[in-house]
Design a protein. Structure first.
Length: 196
């Protein structure tokens, strides 16, 4: 007799989504941070989220109809998070998700333990992303997961970029385009940009 996932035990709510963020992995996504003149910001995420607990079961013994129904029901739990603007269960332990966070100046925000926006002790706005280790990436690949995606940061004129390690940056004296990182590969450093 198969065990069921019993997702109700770990139901995602507005207060527990961040606590359970380690259970989700992003895939095939675009993340963007638009910084405003007053250093408020808008963070958006559009892409897939993979529920690792369910994927592990899917790989070991498969998901039955009851499991899939439970995963489908989790859409309503996602919707309790005010930053989630759209969610759809697309099968195989994956959700298509859109997130929009409007952050006030100085407000810290973290998404999936990967993307982080914070003001440091020196008053500088730091936007960063955490790249998994090579070992973690190889384990995810063994599970059929590609953490492929991009991070872009748009900075208005008048806000100084102190330092960054973007793979590409705006053209024409910063007037066109954004700072951009491809997050589907292993690099020596985690992506970051520091604004004054």
């Amino acid at each position: 007799m198969k065990k069921h996932i019993h997702i109700a035990i770990v139901a995602i709510t507005a207060t527990t989504l961040l606590m359970l963020s380690g259970c989700f992995v992003p895939e095939d996504y675009e993340a963007n941070v638009k910084v405003n003149d007053d250093r408020s910001y808008i963070f958006t995420y559009d892409g897939n989220l993979i529920f690792l607990l369910a994927l592990d079961k899917a790989l070991e013994e498969g998901l039955d109809q009851e499991d899939e129904a439970e995963l489908k029901e989790m859409e309503e739990e996602f919707k309790q998070d005010p930053d989630v603007t759209k969610v759809e269960y697309i099968g195989n332990a994956r959700y298509k998700v859109s997130v929009k966070k409007v952050g006030q100046p100085g407000e810290q925000y973290e998404f999936l333990e990967i993307f982080n926006i914070q003001t440091n002790n020196e008053g500088l706005l730091v936007i960063s992303a955490h790249r998994p280790s090579e070992e973690d990436i190889n384990e995810l690949k063994d599970m059929g997961i590609k953490m492929n995606g991009t991070l872009t940061v748009s900075v208005p004129r008048g806000i100084e970029v102190v330092e960054h390690n973007a793979e590409s940056e705006p053209k024409l004296f910063g007037l066109l385009g954004s700072y951009k990182w491809e997050l589907d590969s292993i690099a020596d450093a985690n992506p970051y940009i520091v604004l004054k």
